[in-house]
Design a protein around this ligand. Structure first.
Ligand code: FAD
Length: 556
């Protein structure tokens, strides 16, 4: 933790050195002693310290300085660090001015030059002031701070990205905290840059304006570039299926890289509570599951590139070559596709415009807390919608689940239906479909068509979360890998037509159970045609496929 700062300012360099020396010898163990020979420079230092979220305990300024005298400096400095103790260094002739400064400019003390011996004429008074300061000192948050507004889609995207990648950060909503003194001081220190939201402030004092996830990823050390250009096994997609394949592949000696577009954990990472995963009787959050799996994979030496997207694939003899969004390529002998599915979009006027500003696809874990005391709409009747409703019900005043059918029984697990029925602030709205959303800068109302009455109801809303089924995004595979009419990848027996092997198949064996029509390219998890869309089945497929990969590699 950074030590609180003691800052002295004096244009006379001998005096400055002397005061710094005395401060350091007495307080250096607990405080960082800094000095400046001009008031202007000292104010710049204070602004930088504010950006880094450092604490300042004491400001000690010479009264007679050119351009800005000590009292003026301390008054300016007070705007940045109002809680710091303030003292003047004065010559005997200035005592009257110093005394009036104490009364008029809220200065805590003045010291006469020279202050020898410091044990009598400096330290006792400073001890007193610092004890006083320490009594109300609360150590500052040391991680990343993100400044933005709740209704900005860019801010939402960044916060969601940080949360899903387990990067700790403090969110400062500048609208909600407009009257908070600390936020005001921060905005003042930022000046006009404070309008370039989201602003990310790093503990080393640097900042990013209008920050994008990829820029922040690079800054916090998330790896997006591969260490080498060839791997035994490359895995595209870091959901449960990809993570399981990574753990099994690397633990069995394969050099393994896993490439993930957003954050390891995939859809499971958005789940607030997975209750049906073996070995966790009281359930666990998807985020926890993802975090554990990432640690496990890294322990076995898996290289994880995230955020990084695979945009194309081709084959050259026994090599399978992946094209990445940053233009680089990675080659491998065995390729695993575990790219899962993506939320289907809800087609209704206003949805695209307000996405990220009250309208969200998926869990929106970062939004749950912001929904305190509000009315939340959850669209969809599957388990994912049920879990989300349970999660929002902890914070929101009321949660409405909108479904087109007349009940949840055919789409949701019974344990979740029971939980929902026992939660008084969740209400099921059947025969309901969203036909329009309204709001200028953020969601304000939702129009719902009620098929039983054939009427449209327009209701107030601040947040709507959409969970209406999902589709694979497999376009990046071009014509190389066979898919069904919805885009799900065909594997193993699904590729055999009347017993005939797929077109172009060159080996004298059938495709393995989880192998595609291209030897050495496998598909597992939700992206696979006919898969069971569950965490455990994805994990099972990812693990089993590694056995087939070994058999394939033994003949490459
Ligand atoms: C909110 C919610 C709650 C759920 N709750 C449960 C539950 O309680 N129990 C249960 O068993 N199941 C649950 N599920 C379903 C379960 O999460 C999925 O079945 C499982 O995550 C599928 O795993 P997967 O690895 O196949 O794919 P996914 O989890 O979809 O992961 C695929 C990953 O691939 C990445 N990707 C896609 N394209 C690319 C590309 N071109 N380049 C790089 N990366 C790419 C994606 O970003 C994603 O991270 C839930 C799902 C959701 C959304």
């Amino acid at each position: 933790m950074a030590k609180p700062v003691l800052l002295s300012v004096d244009d006379d360099s001998d005096v400055l050195r002397a005061i710094e020396r005395d401060l350091r010898s007495q307080y250096g163990a607990e405080y960082r002693v800094m000095g400046s020979d001009s008031a202007e420079q000292a104010l710049d230092i204070l602004k930088q310290l504010k950006m880094r979220n450092d604490s300042v305990a004491l400001l000690l300024a010479d009264q007679r300085m050119p351009q800005m005298d000590g009292v003026q400096f301390l008054q300016e400095a007070m705007r940045i660090y109002p809680d710091a103790k303030r003292a003047l260094l004065t010559a005997y002739a200035d005592t009257t001015a110093a005394i009036s400064a104490i009364n008029e400019a809220s200065i805590n003390y003045f010291f006469l030059k020279p202050w020898d011996p410091p044990s009598e004429r400096l330290y006792p008074q400073l001890d007193d002031m610092l004890d006083d300061w320490l009594a109300s000192y609360r150590p500052k948050f040391e991680g990343i701070r993100v400044l933005g507004t709740r209704w900005s889609p860019r801010c939402y995207e960044l916060r969601d990205f940080l949360a899903r990648n387990h990067v700790p950060y403090r969110w400062i909503d500048i609208e909600l905290n407009a009257n908070d003194p600390e936020t005001k001081q921060l905005l003042e220190a930022l000046g006009p840059e404070a309008t370039n939201l989201p602003v990310v402030l790093f503990p080393d004092g640097t900042k990013l304006l209008e920050s994008l996830p990829a820029q922040v990823a690079e800054k916090v050390g998330l790896r997006t570039r591969a260490q080498t250009s060839f791997y035994h096994l490359a895995i595209v997609g870091g959901g449960p299926a990809g993570l399981a394949a990574a753990v099994y592949g690397a633990s069995e000696g394969l050099s393994t890289v896993m490439i993930e577009r957003e954050a390891p954990g995939g859809q499971a990472g958005m789940s607030s509570r997975i209750e049906n995963y073996l070995g966790f009787p009281s359930g666990l959050s998807g985020r926890d599951l993802a975090r554990r799996a990432v640690v496990q994979a890294q322990r076995f030496g898996v290289e994880i590139l995230a955020p990084q997207e695979v945009t194309g694939v081709r084959t050259e003899n026994s090599y399978r070559i992946l094209k990445l969004a940053d233009g680089n390529e990675i080659s491998c002998h065995a390729l695993m596709i575990s790219t899962g599915v993506q939320w289907r979009r809800l087609e209704a006027p206003g949805i695209d415009r307000l996405q990220g500003a009250g309208v969200y696809y998926g869990g929106g874990a970062t939004e749950a807390l912001s929904c305190k005391g509000e009315i939340v709409y959850v669209v969809g009747g599957a388990n994912s919608a049920g879990q989300a409703a349970m999660n929002f019900a902890k914070y929101a005043d009321r949660v409405y689940i909108l479904v087109r059918g007349d009940s949840l029984s055919s789409t949701m697990s019974k344990y979740l239906i029971d939980q929902i029925q026992q939660t008084p602030n969740i209400e099921l709205w059947t025969h309901a479909s969203v036909v329009e959303v309204h709001g200028d800068l953020h969601l304000e109302q939702v129009s719902v068509h009620c098929s039983d009455t054939n009427k449209i109801e327009r209701v107030p809303a601040t947040a709507m979360f959409i969970f209406i089924g999902a589709l694979p995004r497999t376009d990046w595979l071009g014509d190389l890998v066979e898919r069904d009419e919805r885009g799900f990848i065909l594997t193993g027996p699904d590729l055999l037509r009347n017993g005939a092997r797929p077109k172009g198949w060159s080996l004298d064996r059938d495709p393995f159970l989880l192998e595609t029509n291209v030897p050495g390219i496998f598909a597992v998890g939700d992206v696979r045609h006919g898969s069971v869309k569950r965490v455990a089945s994805g994990v099972g497929e990812g693990s089993v496929a590694v056995q087939f990969i070994h058999q394939y590699l033994s003949k490459v």
